[in-house]
Design a protein around this ligand. Sequence first.
Ligand code: SF4
Length: 283
Amino acid sequence: MKVRLAKRTGFCFGVKRAVLMAEAALKEKGSIYSLGSLIHNGQVTRVLAAKGLKIAKSESAIKSGTCVISSHGISPLIAKRISDRGVKVIDTTCPFVLRAQRIAKSKSLAGYGVIIVGDAKHPEIKALVGFVSTQAIVVRDGLEARGLKLDPKAKYIVIAQTTQGRANFAEAVKAISAKRTKGLKVFNTICRDAGERQGAAMRLARTVDVIFVVGGRSSANTRRLYEVSKRRAKIAHLIEAEDEVRLSWLKGVSSVGITSGASTPEWVVNKVVKKILEKGAVH
Ligand code: SF4
């Protein structure tokens, strides 16, 4: 049985940077907080917890010490509330997320309404909305965009959650453009890693009997990868770790593809490869 890896697996640049920054702070301080999960990956979260990382469910729970902010970013108001309490803030916001925040802030200050294509409940979008000084509208897809009631006299910009699917963003932009508002500017803020990862997964999915997408079920980019892989592959499975690989999934399979979400470390991918090769040898 042949096992092929997608061109991009393992941590993306932004997650790798966030984990390295958190590990350096843990080494220095012994124990620090993260506001919510630092990373949407159970295995890495457990490793960081063993090194002293404590997850605070709300900012009010952090009264002192050091707090690390995830690569998804944080609303400026909440960041201020935390630092006003004397808590040291280590901000690992990914540079691609920062770009979207800068655009949202500067364009809303210039009078544009901001339409974000993404998931309103995701931490990145909750933070991004905090940078908008005018009206922030979040739509999930083209269908929701079609239902928007926009002011024909107002100016709007459209930006994307960094891990959006390109096709989904394009469909939403098309629906918004059809509304013929006064001025519409589109900024594609999908990060390069997310776009290339999806492209590599789609290409691989077409060439194998079954594709495994390795990553946290709570990770937006992992779920997106699974969606695009599923559309191209004969069979696709989303798994978080090697112990989820079932022997029956490999019956009669001659080629397996593996891709991973941006918050899945290389060592988890390697364990999945090993398990598939072991189980595949049984058939
Ligand atoms: S997926 Fe992209 S935007 Fe998100 S952390 Fe990784 S590099 Fe940054």
